[in-house]
Design a protein around this ligand. Structure first.
Ligand code: GUN
Length: 294
């Protein structure tokens, strides 16, 4: 079997076109959704993610307030900027790009963000609401993964899903969403991680494998069933002398080999990445609607 490639770029483009039209309608009512972006330090991957987020805002007509701070920014300055954004009516969503440089407390910053503007869905209040199945801003990457599965017609109800990776940003929230008793849940979920005894023993039993480990070749063809659905959340820079920039992007999955066994697979780049940004835009527009009482 050769897999159908799930085109995240296309799904994201379709959703962004819908959002752009919605933003144009809101503008007629005098509402311009705004995103406050904070990037601390010079991590190259974070810089390129943030640039992509800012461009996406522009593309669909959102206001964005971009703040790039030096790595030695004191915690109190960061907290003051978050507080300023909490009180700024032009800003409906606040995004603090993670990870923060050493010495800064992520937990303290995330807790300071107004939960009503927490479009990343990282505030403990929103995490808690998500876990108990209440309406909340859903974290962007897990939400994007679910959109890709649903829009590709993959059945989640009763599916055996194996998630590889237990991060707060992807693995843990995704597991929670997939076990919810609703139309985009009802799966049976196993979360594997660095202490899992025999990873392949789990992945071979899966209908859907979601790789979010942050390590290339974590999932290889011998580890999956024929017909498996594979979602690759990994974004790794792999040295490649044939590329001008000296590296190429690779996911966590051995794409070329696994696509010969899978029924559906996402590429890297062009799979989950564009969806993460799209769900951030989605949450920001939703936040503006709520702030306007719509
Ligand atoms: N770092 C990696 N992914 C994300 C994300 O979705 N949001 C933020 N704020 N930081 C990240």
């Amino acid at each position: 079997m050769t897999a159908q490639i799930i085109d995240g770029k296309q799904v994201a483009a379709d959703m962004r076109a819908e959002l752009k039209a919605e933003v144009a309608e809101l503008k007629k009512k005098g509402i311009v959704p705004g995103l406050g972006v904070i990037l601390v330090g010079e991590d190259p991957a974070s810089q390129s993610y943030v640039t992509a987020k800012e461009r996406a805002c522009e593309e669909i007509g959102l206001y964005s307030d971009d703040n790039r701070l030096p790595a030695d920014t004191p915690q109190k300055d960061l907290m003051a900027l978050v507080e300023k954004m909490n009180n700024d009516p032009k800003i409906n969503g606040i995004l603090v790009q993670l990870p923060l440089p050493k010495g800064l407390s992520e937990a303290e910053v995330l807790l300071a963000i107004d939960p009503a503007k927490d479009v990343d869905g990282f505030h403990p209040m929103n995490v808690g609401k998500m876990v108990v199945g209440e309406k909340a801003f859903l974290p962007c990457t897990p939400h994007g993964v679910i959109q890709l599965l649903v829009r590709s017609g993959v059945k989640l109800e009763g599916a055996e899903v194996v998630i590889v990776g237990r991060s707060n940003i992807v693995g843990k929230p995704l597991a929670n969403l997939l076990i919810q008793k609703n139309a985009t849940g009802n799966a049976t979920v196993t979360v594997c991680h660095t202490q899992t005894k025999d990873l392949a023993d789990h992945t071979r039993r899966a209908d859907i494998v979601i790789a979010a480990a942050g390590r290339p070749n974590t999932v290889t063809a011998d580890m999956v069933n024929d017909g498996v659905v594979v979602i690759d959340v990994g974004v790794n820079r792999v040295e490649d002398a044939t590329k001008k920039r000296g590296y190429r992007l690779a996911g966590d999955v051995d794409f070329e080999a696994v696509k010969e066994k899978a029924s559906f697979i996402t590429p890297v780049p062009g799979g989950v990445g564009p969806m993460t940004i799209t769900m951030l835009l989605y949450n920001t527009v939703e936040s503006a609607r709520r702030a306007a009482g719509l």
